[in-house]
Ligand binder design. Structure first.
Ligand SMILES: Cc1ncc(C[n+]2csc(CCOP(=O)(O)OP(=O)(O)O)c2C)c(N)n1
Length: 635
């Protein structure tokens, strides 16, 4: 059967439809999303939740002239489908395919590059002001931000600014009461209250209907509308509405799945100057029952049967080892039982980092602070200075947000906060915005800081154990996304001396020094070389800071050339630390550094990206053979 979506590639095609046809189009877009994502997984629930909003926005706005900024961008899949990427969507997040997030270099409809939350209002504000400065009076600047992302401080910084300078912007609050887990915080409660307060909403509805009637009389009634608004709202609404108090005009809450009403509302809002909030109530996973019912699990599920909703597990013949995040999540519970000072802190990533396990067992000792990395760090500093021992778990990429807090609030005061950086290194399909490849570099620059990366699951446990022993100061433990090496991983805790690496094998001529789990791949390369009669040394640094100086002196005295391997950016990273050590100690030897080159790496599987960056097993093998003057079997 011919579908409306078949004829739509761009918003200009969409605008040819009558408003009555939009519900059908929404159904088709939703079906297409379910169809494609059942095979090629991605951010599912959030995308299904904004289908109507996306159609309405592109229908009512004049994109790409009007600017549409998606916060985080994980929900922007229907936007991609309706802006020239319908076919390409089948390769969403795949190596060489389109990005899972809006990206201006990919499309002129992607007004701003996103991936990290709470940036949309600032960016839309900048766009609105820039348009005003160049005399463009027609451009609309719209930010779409979820209730979860609204908990990020930047969103408030931007509203605070906008409320004063009164730009022409629309902020659409996409309120589904969820972040990845259930949304938290007083603001979340406020949004619930505002949605459910009968008195408030009756009043809003009356104002709304009145304004709706007036707007039908055309632009001449605008002044009248404004006068009424100013009078009525100033008296009644401003005192009772947070957004009104910040000098925004607040509209809603309205049903974010009623596409016709959304279109009419957005068209009305376009005629009202100044900063406006449109509060839409949506449901995450809308239209796919399992996703509506289990919203956290369906935030980003794997492949699934699109009829039954059953998740498709890849065939597994033997039991799979746990993920690094689970080792963290289970180990912190063990440690917290032994040490009652330990608490867990997460900025809205409880299930992402497995702190949800501790939350279930020790609810009073884990704090989900919302999408607020900066606050998470300084809150941890406050806990630590008062005698608690916080394990603050933040994905490496999101830790970039809180750099000053780490320096100023934790390291400068030498506080014992344990930073567990999950998803360190190349993360895979989430791509450039999410790779955690800079933490080695920025953490090793901070005085007082210990920076470690475990080789495997046992080391992760032991580092966590070590970090909570007295007097350890600020302590970073970085570990990657993915599974650990062994099914059996629970061993008694052992303290690891801070700044001590380990010898994995001695050899001759050339030594590899690796950092973190990438060392397991290196070990396999060493095995392969050994099978050919080439015996090189392999050392696990464990610590980037402090470096194991004794081990380095040994390596640099014994071996002729050095190879470093790290899952992080080469510039200023672990290999650079080794070179600095060599320069400071007058060692002059050839060094080859493997890691991520000085550019942003896109999306793909972790293996594909390591290969692209030239530090997969094969590249290391070939380089070593060349360094030893041997002809590699590869070129
Ligand atoms: C700075 C930052 N921290 C954490 C995340 C991880 N993250 C991605 S989506 C999401 C939840 C966003 O919630 P909301 O804005 O309400 O959107 P929804 O998924 O509910 O549609 C989080 C925490 C992020 N993208 N950026």
């Amino acid at each position: 059967m011919h579908k409306l979506l078949d004829d739509i590639d761009y918003p200009s095609d969409l605008r040819k439809l009558s408003i009555e046809q939009l519900p059908q189009l929404c159904q088709e877009v939703r079906d297409y999303l379910i169809d494609v994502m059942s095979e090629n997984p991605g951010h599912f629930g959030a995308s299904l939740g904004v289908v109507e909003l996306t159609v309405a926005l592109h229908y009512a706005l004049n994109t790409p002239h009007d600017k549409l900024v998606w916060d985080v961008g994980h929900q922007a899949y229907s936007h991609k489908i309706l802006t020239g990427r319908k076919k390409e969507f089948k390769n969403n997040r795949k190596y060489g395919g389109i990005s899972g997030f809006p990206k201006p270099s990919e499309s002129e409809y992607d007004a701003f590059g996103v991936g990290h939350s709470s940036t949309s209002i600032s960016a839309a504000l900048g766009m609105a002001i820039s348009a005003a400065l160049r005399g463009d009076k027609t451009m609309q600047s719209v930010a779409v931000i979820g209730d979860g992302s609204l908990t990020g401080g930047m969103a408030f910084e931007a509203m605070n600014h906008a409320g004063e300078i009164q730009p022409n912007i629309i902020i659409v609050v996409n309120d589904n009461h969820m972040a990845i887990d259930a949304n938290v915080g007083a603001l979340n409660q406020y949004l619930v209250d505002i949605t459910t307060s009968k008195t408030y909403n009756k009043l809003k509805e009356d104002v709304w209907q009145f304004l709706g009637k007036m707007s039908r009389f055309g632009p001449n009634t605008q002044t009248l509308i404004q006068n009424i608004e100013n009078g009525l709202k100033a008296i009644v609404l401003r005192q009772s509405n947070l957004f009104e108090s910040l000098n925004f005009r607040y509209f809603g809450p309205i049903d974010g799945h009623d596409v016709v009403r959304l279109v009419k509302t957005i068209e009305d809002l376009k005629k009202i100057p100044g900063p406006k909030i449109l509060h839409c109530i949506t449901m995450k996973g809308k239209g796919f029952k399992p996703a509506e019912e289990s919203q956290t699990m369906w935030h980003a599920p794997g492949r699934f049967n699109k009829v039954t909703g059953e998740l498709i597990k890849d065939v597994q013949l033997k039991p799979q080892p746990p993920r690094y995040q689970d080792v963290f999540g289970l180990t912190i519970i063990e440690l917290a039982r032994m040490n009652d000072k330990i608490v867990g802190v997460t900025p809205a990533m409880a299930s992402g980092c497995s702190l949800n396990l501790m939350m279930e067992q020790m609810p009073g000792r884990v704090f989900d602070v919302g999408i607020a990395e900066q606050h998470a760090v300084t809150f941890s500093a406050g806990l630590a200075i008062s005698g608690s021992l916080p394990f603050c778990n933040i994905y490496s990429t999101f830790m970039q947000r809180a750099y000053d807090q780490v320096i100023h609030d934790v390291a400068l005061q030498n506080l014992n906060v344990v930073f567990c950086l999950d998803r360190a290194g190349l993360v895979g399909a989430d791509g450039a915005t999410h790779h955690g490849t800079l933490d080695i570099n920025f953490m090793r620059a901070i005085p007082n800081m210990t920076v470690a990366s475990p080789l495997n699951e046992v080391e992760l446990r032991n580092l966590m154990y070590t970090a909570q022993l007295p007097g350890k100061g600020p302590f970073v433990i970085r570990y990657p996304r993915g599974n650990v090496e062994n099914v059996e991983w629970v061993k008694p805790f052992e303290e690891i001396p801070v700044g001590k690496g380990q010898t994995l094998r001695e050899g001759e001529k050339l030594a590899i020094i690796s950092l973190g789990p990438v060392g397991n791949k290196v070990a396999k390369t060493c095995d392969k070389l050994a099978a050919e009669g080439i015996n090189i040394g392999h050392f696990d640094a464990r610590f980037v800071k402090p470096l194991d100086e004794g081990m380095l002196h040994h390596i640099l005295s014994k071996y002729d050339s050095i190879v470093t391997v790290e899952d992080g950016n080469i510039k200023g990273g672990f290999g650079s630390a080794v070179i600095e050590f060599m320069a400071d100690n007058n060692y002059c030897k050839p060094v080859k550094r493997f890691g991520i080159p000085d550019r942003f790496v896109e999306h793909g599987t972790q293996d594909q990206l390591q290969l692209e960056c030239g530090f997969d097993k094969e590249c290391i093998y070939c380089t070593i053979k060349k360094m030893l003057g041997l002809t590699p079997s590869c070129q």
